[in-house]
Design a binder for this molecule. Structure first.
Ligand code: BV8
Length: 339
């Protein structure tokens, strides 16, 4: 029984095509992890505090204020570590185990596809990972993968405090009023009041200034500042990955299908893979909450648009190939990494 939002005819034609597809790509974006509770870049208007998230993801921002950029990335590391892969991550991992000619190209740096057991040889992290770090000193090429230390430096710990501004509201009497008063007097950052972690993505929450000496430094050269191992805007994507993806695309055989999952497809060269796959004969299947987000090239005859949550739709669409992955055993049981 197709879930409500997928038209049975579309599901049938899609699954029929998938069955006979040897070479399949999936291009994934932040929408894939939305069901895991992680904000998208577009979510919250693309803002983190009062900053445009895209502008924080640049070498210039890091040079200007490494403390702020590290607070941004430490917050995202923290959120990603608290999150769990959702059924869409598991479904893509299951398809990668079953269909040799399937490759996932992820723009996500949250580590959730890896944690869902997606075979590493079938997963390309186009924009790096929050959990890789590297030295910024010119002469030092220190890198470290899978560093899950949270916070990565004590000064980057998420501040705890009283109630968030939103919950304070403007109570004028009773407990609310006392709390607002407390809060007004002591403010978020000044006197830690135990309590729960403050939502530092909210600009109204006070966030301490961090001195560069309190930021993570290189254990090898000793004085280089460490930075997150992600690809910032204006930076080249990892050569090895670009070559491996291009080699896959340039193989003589046609590409049968590209799944475009939870991405606004505005960032290049990642978004360019849709047209590259189309040029190799691929039909396009978009899974997105927003009907307007079909990527620059838009949809053509023979393509599919599945409107809704990737966490629900992707397992449904792939069920004919991977079976019903809703039961955890199947998820856990099958998680051998073919490395
Ligand atoms: C480079 C890591 C060259 C860091 C990121 C061609 C044309 C125009 C511009 C360019 C071009 N070529 C290059 C550029 C410049 C630039 C670029 O593309 N700019 C854009 C803004 C126009 N590209 C670069 O700078 C790239 N580098 O070109 O280098 C070079 C060459 C030689 C030598 C030196 C340099 C590097 C780009 C990579 C930047 N790093 N991430 C970090 O994460 O902090 S990009 C980052 O933003 C993400 O990785 C991702 O790629 C992008 C965000 O997009 P999405 O993931 O799609 O997220 P978004 O929020 O936008 O959309 C979410 C979607 O999900 C929406 O459609 C929504 O409807 C949907 N959705 C929401 N909920 C759900 C859902 N769908 C399903 N289910 C749900 N529940």
């Amino acid at each position: 029984m197709a879930s409500s939002s997928i038209k049975p005819a579309d599901l049938e034609s899609f699954q029929n095509h998938l069955r006979y597809s040897d070479r399949v790509l999936a291009l994934c974006g932040a929408g894939l992890s939305a069901a895991s509770g992680l904000p998208t870049f577009r979510g919250a208007g693309g803002l983190w505090r009062s900053y445009d998230a895209v502008s924080l993801a640049t070498p210039e921002a890091f040079a200007r204020d490494p403390g702020l950029v590290w607070q941004f990335y430490s917050y995202r590391r923290h959120m990603a570590l608290q999150a769990q892969p959702n059924p869409a991550h598991y479904a893509l991992a299951a398809l990668a185990r079953r269909k040799k000619g399937f490759l996932t190209l992820s723009q996500n740096v949250d580590g959730l596809s890896q944690r869902a057991g997606h075979p590493a040889s079938r997963l390309h992290l186009l924009h790096g990972s929050l959990f890789d770090i590297k030295c910024t000193a010119f002469y030092c090429n220190y890198t470290e993968s899978n560093n899950f230390t949270d916070p990565i430096a004590p000064a980057l710990a998420i501040p705890k405090g009283g109630p968030s501004p939103a919950s304070l509201g403007t109570a004028t009497s009773g407990a609310g009023a006392t709390e607002s008063l407390q809060h007004a007097m002591h403010g978020a950052g000044s006197k830690p009041q135990g309590g729960k972690e403050l939502d530092i993505s909210d600009d109204r929450v006070e966030m301490p200034e961090i001195d560069a000496k309190d930021l993570p430094h290189c254990p090898r050269c000793g004085d280089g500042l460490l930075r997150p191992g992600v690809v910032w805007f204006g930076e080249r994507l990892p050569e090895k990955i670009i070559n491996e993806v291009d080699n896959f695309i340039e193989e003589p055989k046609k590409i049968d299908l590209i799944l475009v999952i939870g991405t606004s497809a505005q960032v290049y060269p990642a978004a360019g893979y849709i047209d590259k796959a189309r040029a190799k004969g691929a039909r396009v299947a978009v899974v997105n909450m927003d009907r307007a987000d079909t990527g620059r090239g838009g949809l053509e005859k023979g393509d599919w648009f599945f409107e809704g949550d990737a966490g629900v739709l992707v397992p449904e669409l792939l069920k004919s190939e991977i079976g019903d992955i809703s039961n955890t055993e199947r998820r856990a049981g099958n998680r051998e990494d073919d490395g």
